[in-house]
Design a protein around this ligand. Structure first.
Ligand SMILES: C[S@@+](CC[C@H](N)C(=O)[O-])C[C@H]1O[C@@H](n2cnc3c(N)ncnc32)[C@H](O)[C@@H]1O
Length: 234
């Protein structure tokens, strides 16, 4: 296991002190997401929950299933939610490997098999690089999303600092070109949204890959996708 993952509390505190968590939150706040009230969010490899919890705060009435390979991170996500006054009844946590995202073991030991097309948003941040087969995993993630729902991947970027940190974390990030091809081949719309200086220091290591399921036709008719338009307005 990566050194910083050994103690979830140390990892979470480190991200807060560096301003990294603030940077991730600032990026998420600029995403224009057309989601229904009561949306279901899945955050895989949730770590301290910074991606899933911020999406929840943005979407009233939403619920979150946060999963990770490490139990201590699930507890940290719940602790982070309490700090942010998010009602814990809106959150479920469970153990899961990103390579088999539909298989979840809840903390009480019971198993959950996630159904296809059952989430409005599937979020992954800096975790696809730990999957056994990145393309197969991406396809499995997309199957879990409802038509019109989103894949929000805050992926490790291909810049020098991103590459160094990925190596340090023993993570093999997915090149954006492979992500785009895999998402589009499945008939979905995708936009690469770079992190900006206002998201510092997260801009040094992350890139946003945001895909909307089943909207390829819109790109053909208007030339630009809804996500492209939203990204350029921000
Ligand atoms: C770099 S952290 C990212 C945390 C959070 N998603 C974020 O964006 O800041 C990677 C997380 O992935 C988890 N992880 C590592 N390998 C995993 C796997 N095979 N399946 C699921 N989670 C994994 C780690 O325990 C850690 O919480």
């Amino acid at each position: 296991m990566v050194f910083l993952y050994k103690t979830a509390k140390v990892y979470a505190t480190f991200l807060k002190l560096l301003g990294y968590e603030r940077g991730i939150r600032s990026f998420i706040d600029r995403l224009v997401l057309d989601c229904p009230k009561g949306s279901r969010i899945l955050d895989i490899g949730c770590g301290s929950g910074i991606v899933g919890l911020r999406l929840m705060e943005r979407l009233p009435g939403s619920t979150l299933l946060a999963t990770d390979l490490e139990k201590n991170f699930l507890k940290e996500t719940l602790s982070n939610a309490r700090e942010r006054n998010i009602d814990e009844r809106r959150i479920t946590v469970g153990l899961s490997d990103v390579s088999d995202p539909e298989q979840v073991t809840l903390l009480n030991g019971s198993s959950l098999v996630l159904q296809d097309h059952s989430f409005d948003i599937v979020a992954v941040g800096g975790v696809l690089g730990y999957s056994r087969d990145q393309v197969a995993t991406m396809k499995a993630l997309m199957r879990l999303i409802k038509p019109g729902g989103y894949l929000v991947d805050l992926e490790m970027n291909e810049q020098p600092i991103g590459k160094i940190i990925s190596t340090w974390y023993n993570c093999r990030p997915v090149p954006s070109s492979i992500m785009i091809r895999t998402i589009e081949n499945e008939g979905n719309n995708v936009t690469v949204i770079p992190f900006g200086v206002r998201d510092f220091p997260a801009n040094l290591t992350r890139v946003g890959i945001v895909a909307r399921m089943g909207l390829r036709k819109v790109r053909n008719v208007f030339g630009k996708s809804p996500i492209d338009m939203q990204a350029s307005q921000n």
